[in-house]
Design a protein around this ligand. Structure first.
Ligand SMILES: Nc1nc2c(ncn2[C@@H]2O[C@H](COP(=O)(O)OP(=O)(O)O)[C@@H](O)[C@H]2O)c(=O)[nH]1
Ligand SMILES: [Mg+2]
Length: 168
């Protein structure tokens, strides 16, 4: 099988772990980041001809490297160079979440965006133009309700599309 590695980045409570669980199911391993007390979750799943390894990065509001969580997330992206970084954004708090999205983009790695918590955004009448968001960030955007498993199949396909178009 072809191998892909992906990392989940996002603010605390944006829904990263829910997405991680929905993607990897029971195929997960929990440990600690080397030399840290911060939990590290890794998992994998198969899709088409790919085996996709997923790392759930610590939740952070930025990557400016002040907290251990920020250092871990930043170093992982820079040093391990995952094939795709999935930036998980809370659609109900988009403005605040975009700060991290821009910092991930600035690292120059292949990025896609998951617009999560879309049920909460909808219930508050918050409308987000995904196409404009995607054009502004130059990234593919997928809507999810991770706690209900909605949008996860599309997310898995979009990981592959993002990786393939980056390699092409
Ligand atoms: N309503 C709603 N709740 C969600 C969604 N995704 C995750 N949650 C809930 O939000 C909380 C935080 O999610 P979690 O995955 O732990 O976020 P993390 O801190 O980014 O890992 C949990 O109670 C989840 O069940 C969603 O799309 N909609
Ligand atoms: Mg989490």
């Amino acid at each position: 099988m072809k191998q892909l590695s992906v990392a989940l980045a996002g603010n605390p409570n944006a829904g990263k772990s829910s997405i991680f669980n929905a993607l990897t199911g029971s195929h997960q391993h929990v440990g600690n980041w080397p030399g840290k007390t911060v939990e590290k979750k890794e998992g994998k799943f198969q899709r088409g001809e790919y085996e996709i390894r997923v790392v759930d990065l610590p939740g952070t509001y930025s990557l400016t490297a002040f907290s251990p969580e920020e250092v871990i997330a930043r170093d992982y992206i820079i040093n391990q160079k995952p094939d795709v970084v999935i930036t998980v954004l809370d659609a109900a708090n988009l403005e605040r979440n975009l700060y991290l999205a821009v910092q991930v983009l600035e690292l120059g790695v292949p990025v896609m965006v998951t617009l999560n918590m879309t049920d909460i955004a909808d219930s508050r009448g918050i409308k987000i133009d995904e196409e404009k968001l995607g054009l502004a960030l130059r990234a593919r955007v997928v809507r999810t309700i991770a706690s209900k498993g909605e949008g996860i199949e599309k997310l898995a396909d979009t990981i592959i599309q993002t990786a393939e178009e980056t390699r092409a």
